[in-house]
Design a protein around this ligand. Sequence first.
Ligand code: SAM
Ligand code: SF4
Length: 498
Amino acid sequence: MSNARKVHVKSFGCQMNVYDSHRMADTLAPEGFVETATPEDADLVILNTCHIREKAVDKVYSEIGRIRVMKDEAAAQGRQMLIAVAGCVAQAEGQEIVRRAQAVDLVVGSQNYHKLPGMIARARDGERVVDTEFPVEDKFDALAAPKREEIRKRGLTAFVTVQEGCDKFCTFCVVPYTRGAEVSRPVEKIAAEVERLASAGVREITLIGQNVNAYHGLDAAGRTASLAALCRRLSAIEGIARIRYTTSHPRDMDDELIAAHGDLPTLMPYVHLPVQSGSDRILDAMNRRHTAAHYLDIVARMRAARPDLAFTSDFIVGFPGETEDDFQDTLRLVEAVGFAGAYTFAYSVRPGTPAAELADQVPEDVKIDRLHRLQALIAAQQRAFNASFVGKTLDILLEKPGRLSGQLVGKSPYLQTVQVMAPPDRIGSIVPLAIVDIGTNTLFGALPSSSPPPEGGRSTAKRSGGGEGNEDHPTPAPAAPTLPLQGRVKEGVAGAEN
Ligand code: SAM
Ligand code: SF4
């Protein structure tokens, strides 16, 4: 192991990049690379970038500047550090990156990660390598699978890319240009990947794709399978207790998927369904190809199938031409749905997209004002949503140690973070917890037992350092045995992202 090389992969942007970062690390493992959590001691730093908004791109260039200082320090010590830029900025800017940032050694587009070993060998010899082609071979076939120990290290939940690319061409969005046309992976290849994850202990999978519910992969019989059919197939895999998917598009929310929410216990009652705006005029200008009424109808039909379904969404305020009346339509839609959380964005001009050419751009101060008003409304809905669980019981997948000694952190069916005082052998089980309190982003649970709180409560609790928990809140100590897996809860509605 002494001559192992170290790779540090930093992900920006969406979950698809997190997944790709893992697959890049897996592909480099047979080449002798081990992952390191910090860039300082790395032989290779990969920045897996996001191009969705201007700010995201600026972040990448400032990060390159920061890493360049470390690269210079390494060189002064006689050590070679390579800097690679991957992901959507790499795909969109290609050669421009090596021109603008002298410290960058290689630029690899999102379809070329399997070529990394060869590219690194050339870069080590001093070549500056750029590959942003859309190759004909399937990168998923060429990327190495993770080792069991690596899967274990990454935890009990995993992302699995099932679909890539987008054919929708919303007028504000760069994704169709950076990720290319929609492609779905075959059902059995996904199933094989999920079986491997499950056999290493993964309990929850999130199926990801830029337009995940447009999934149309081939099944074992050569027929086209929908996302609902894929979820049913994956539900049969032993050990997989929970399935989620993201990001879906309202136009692809079909009856089969809605029905699956009603009768597939592994499918979690939480859906991220971006709407972007509540104004039909703006939705049309965005080329979303759905109206506000269509969106509300989908929400109603999904809640009819699964009454406790929690919705989160994406919103863009200040799209060109958006008036105060249009914005009021957005607020009305938010009121009508009652969201468990949302990502809210001020429109960012993306060169090369149709909306960038529109004349009536909204002033920044107006965008920011609308953003704050929308965020205040959604934050209030999120608080109410979380508060609705106090006094109820939720099934929590206990995932890892919390920051306090004796504390564990897990996730509710509605993707809320939940903290509880419980012994470490509960990690990996789904346990019914009484929700006793809420914090800003966290619920606090207690095992439904009669055992007293740990001595000293908050004041004697020690930070254990290794784990994670957003807020410190010791809750009663454990005693009840781990219960068998439970797929869903009966009460409440929730979710928590912002
Ligand atoms: N495919 C998803 C959908 O159909 O909504 C989302 C993909 S995109 C990676 C994530 C979010 O970024 C979008 O839903 C949108 O709200 C936001 N976004 C995309 N382009 C943007 C832009 N030019 N300005 C501001 N926000 C943007
Ligand atoms: Fe972008 Fe629209 Fe495609 Fe989503 S559906 S990735 S917002 S073009």
